[in-house]
Ligand binder design. Structure first.
Ligand code: PLP
Length: 393
């Protein structure tokens, strides 16, 4: 097991801009060989040097050099003290929820990834951890919902799929007054556009499957913490759960992250064009996109992010239009997930948000005429042409 102090070796990269940090990672170059592509250390175990010495590497469930390079890279990018790379975004969220105990109370965004919602309902509630799901863009509501035993506030911002925005700084202040941990799912914007720990949050989680990896070729999750003591608690949990990301998948993540800046800029540029085009379409009734100046929380977005990301949800006039779109699209693929170079479209009611009760979904606006588009990095004109022929064709 590595002493956590050793994780400060890489602060020499702190002064670089984020577009340089993503390219150069933590060590960047393999210290053993000089290899510029960080090696895939495909080993389950490591030879001890002697009985007296505690070697840094012992067993790959606990520590692996390729995973460690990814974890340190994510620590640098999110400006935390420690990161954990695990086998999926849900494993990352499960690791964070392991900090809660029976009798604790959790507050989370009402409009949240369906898998998180399912874990809270089917695992946490069963284990005596109660929760309230609320609109976290409403700070008065948050204050009213807080209980004596509230121990964690779990924010998704922007939310999936309704693109609601929560003020990380203000929520962190409220949370810290009552001693609660503030966790942000930063999957949609990545540290390239939003760094929640710098706005007061305690923990960041990611589905690394999405923008971080960026090529729809790996399932992974990341947790980054600000406080090293929380890092130590999570380290033990990580060894117990044994969900550490394998070396090959860690390498795929590292390779994806190298182009994060370029990709995020292109996703964001394309999404702005597509969202503006969508607004002019008679068959599209509403477009949910955080880059619109008339978005309710545009000012919060401007304050805490440096870009709007590549996600758009939109409501069409009928289920017939939904069917037309999903059956006619050629370039844009009807598939779950998001954040890859390919544009993907999904139907939250029948795919990503099936776990949420119908009445709750309806109240949130997640209806059968809602679609969610992850705008890829193709030419924006081609994406718009594909949508045009599918909607109006
Ligand atoms: C915002 C968000 N968080 C977490 C997850 C879960 O990630 P994974 O599928 O990698 O387990 C997803 C998956 O879609 C997501 O969209």
């Amino acid at each position: 097991m590595k002493d956590s102090k050793e994780y400060s070796n890489f602060d020499r990269k702190e002064n670089l801009k984020i577009a340089s940090k993503v390219v150069h990672g933590a060590l960047g170059v393999d210290p053993a060989t000089g290899s510029i592509s960080f090696p895939i250390y495909q080993s389950a175990t490591y030879k001890h040097s002697s009985i007296e010495k505690r070697d840094p590497y012992n067993y790959s469930r606990c520590i692996n050099p390729t995973r460690e390079e990814l974890e340190k890279t994510m620590t640098i990018l999110e400006e935390g003290t420690r990161a954990f790379a695990v086998s999926s975004g849900m494993a990352a969220i499960t690791l964070v929820f392991s900090l809660l105990r029976p009798g604790d109370h959790l507050i989370m965004s009402d409009d949240i990834y369906g898998g998180t919602f399912r874990e809270v309902n089917e695992v946490l509630e069963v284990n005596g951890i109660s929760h309230d799901s609320i609109d976290l863009s409403d700070l008065d509501l948050l204050k009213k919902t807080i209980k004596k035993n509230t121990k964690m506030i779990f924010i998704e911002t922007p939310t999936n799929p309704m693109m609601k925005v929560a003020d990380i700084e203000k929520i962190s202040k409220i949370g810290h007054e009552i001693g609660a941990l503030v966790v942000v799912d930063n999957t949609f914007l990545t540290p390239y556009f939003q760094r929640p720990l710098t706005h007061g949050a305690d923990i960041v989680v990611h589905s690394g499957t999405k923008y971080l990896a960026g090529h729809n070729d790996v399932v992974a999750g990341i947790v980054v913490v600000k406080d090293s003591q929380i890092g130590e608690k999570l380290e033990i949990q990580m060894y117990i759960y044994g969900a550490g990301l394998g070396p090959m998948d860690s390498w795929i993540m590292l390779r994806g992250i190298k182009t994060l800046a370029l990709r995020m800029d292109k996703h964001a540029e394309n999404a702005m064009k597509v969202a503006n085009w969508m607004r002019k379409q008679p068959k599209i009734e509403k477009v949910y996109y955080v880059g619109f100046e008339d978005h309710k929380d545009y000012e919060v977005t401007k304050k805490q992010t440096t870009g709007f990301g590549g996600m758009i949800s939109f409501k069409v006039d009928s289920t017939k239009t939904v069917n037309n779109i999903l059956s006619r699209l050629k370039l844009i693929l009807f598939a779950e997930s998001l954040g890859g170079v390919e544009s993907l479209i999904t139907h939250p009611v029948s795919r990503t948000h099936t776990e949420i009760l119908e009445e709750t979904r309806e109240a949130l606006g997640i209806t059968d005429t809602l679609l969610r588009l992850s705008v890829g990095i193709e030419d924006a004109d081609d994406i718009i042409a594909d949508l045009d022929q599918a909607i109006n064709g």
